[in-house]
Design a protein around this ligand. Structure first.
Ligand code: LRH
Ligand code: MN
Length: 424
């Protein structure tokens, strides 16, 4: 399904007076508004190919209908999101869920939808029907060298798909770990995993990056072999300059200070990118900013400050990806809300007066430090984010337009109400 440009212009025309009033009102107090709008327009977030259908839990899955039946339809759905907000200009594939049937056709279709291929994701957390050896007791940590070999070969195959598609990075998330004390020799598991990752690292093209994604628990519930930022940092440091850590917001133990982790990984030049989502308890994969938008703001404040400290390019030097699943929301509406929440947190972070903050920190003026942060956080930056969309030809109100155009109803007519998309 395509959204015609005139449909976007039509709704924008209807909303323009109200928007201009709100934009001029907030812009009046911002001296670097053009710089902020430029940064917002440049900022592109990759959409996970595995999040265009409804997710589920072991207790149930409730299909939304009209779900993409293949990679082509997933690219069309992300193209549709990108048309609406012009901030979703990349797709992150998961192999083997998204093996391209015809690479050239897939590249042409992605280009027609102004999409590039972000990080490729390998999968050694499930056994495939034609698979020789099981990953039941892990993949790269496995005591059996042949299983580790199988996992290494899968990852090098994923790199090959990525090279053909124009991707420049590989995300390795290993579900490896143990469920019971005594089940695993932690040192051997680490060494086997490091040796295996090293072989995959050595297969990377020169201009590629490898992201080592950590996670505290699930599916293993006693130990995880890449279980926290420290372990991921250790692997990435031992592997080489092309290896980085990847921060999935839902992969921390309760009350972890993620913004502090981000600031240190960035300082150590080992922060590769993000899987944005939100959570109240575990790896809930909820809509970004739906549970703790203040934490998201604090993370972006550390990102903006840390990247500026190193003269980094905000949009291109880190990998910005969403990793969420949708149990009760329409996947497209959920993703539009997630992108909006990320853009809002980024815009608020760009409003932080970092010079004034540094001064009050030097004075240990704790009260004013909070005032400076919350002045930015409490600024309604939605008109700035909307103005950036307007200037880049997208919709002032993407979610409203998606609903008014009855996109889900049309997709159900085109694809059927029972289609199930590959993914979690
Ligand atoms: C693991 C994870 C990983 C993906 C998977 C879909 O929880 O975050 O990034 O491979 O979700
Ligand atoms: Mn993830």
């Amino acid at each position: 399904m395509q959204i015609e440009k005139y449909k976007i212009d039509e709704l924008n025309q209807y909303k323009i007076q109200q928007h201009k009033r709100r934009f001029e009102n907030v812009a009046a107090d911002i001296n670097n508004v053009e710089d902020i709008l430029h940064k917002l327009t440049e900022f592109q977030i990759a959409i996970p190919s595995w999040a265009l259908g409804t997710g589920g839990t072991r207790f149930g899955r409730f299909s939304a209908g009209g779900e993409p039946r293949n990679l082509e339809e997933k690219i069309e759905d992300i193209g549709l999101l990108h048309k609406l907000n012009n901030s979703s200009g990349a797709i992150s594939l998961h192999i083997p869920w998204d093996i391209p049937s015809n690479t050239n056709n897939i590249k042409v279709l992605a280009a027609q939808n102004n999409l590039r291929f972000d990080a490729m994701n390998s999968n050694t957390f499930q056994d495939q029907p034609d698979q020789h050896l099981s990953y039941k007791f892990g993949s790269m940590q496995h005591v059996n060298k042949a299983v580790r070999r199988q996992a290494i070969e899968h990852n090098t195959d994923v790199i090959k798909y990525g090279i053909e598609l124009g991707s420049k990075s590989l995300t390795v998330w290993l579900s490896d770990g143990s469920n019971f004390p005594g089940q695993l020799n932690f040192r051997k598991a680490f060494q086997y995993t490091l040796e295996s990752l090293q072989e995959v690292y050595n297969a990377l093209p020169d201009d590629w990056k490898m992201f080592v994604e950590y996670k505290a628990y699930e599916p293993n519930f006693y130990s995880t072999t890449v279980g926290d930022w420290g372990q991921s940092f250790l692997y990435a440091s031992k592997l080489g300059f092309k290896a980085y850590t990847l921060v999935d917001l839902g992969h921390h133990l309760p009350n972890a200070n993620i913004e502090q982790i981000v600031s240190l990984l960035l300082m150590e030049e080992k922060l590769g990118g993000f899987h944005f989502n939100d959570s109240k308890y575990g790896d809930d994969d909820l809509t970004v900013g739906s549970i703790d938008p203040y934490q998201l703001f604090l993370i972006f404040k550390e990102l903006a400050e840390g990247m500026d400290a190193r003269g980094m390019n905000h949009s291109g030097d880190l990998a910005w990806m969403i990793d969420a699943s949708h149990n009760v929301k329409d996947p497209l509406e959920d993703l539009l809300q997630s992108v909006e929440a990320i853009m809002i947190a980024y815009a608020q972070a760009l409003l932080v007066d970092s010079t004034a903050l540094a001064e009050v920190q030097q004075l240990n003026d704790v009260v004013n430090a909070q005032e400076i942060l919350q002045r930015a956080y409490r600024t309604d930056v939605r008109p700035l984010v909307a103005e950036a969309r307007l200037r880049s030809g997208a919709a002032l109100e993407p979610l409203q337009l998606l609903r008014e155009l009855q996109v889900r109803e049309i997709l159900i007519k085109e694809r059927g109400s029972k289609t199930i998309s590959t993914g979690l």
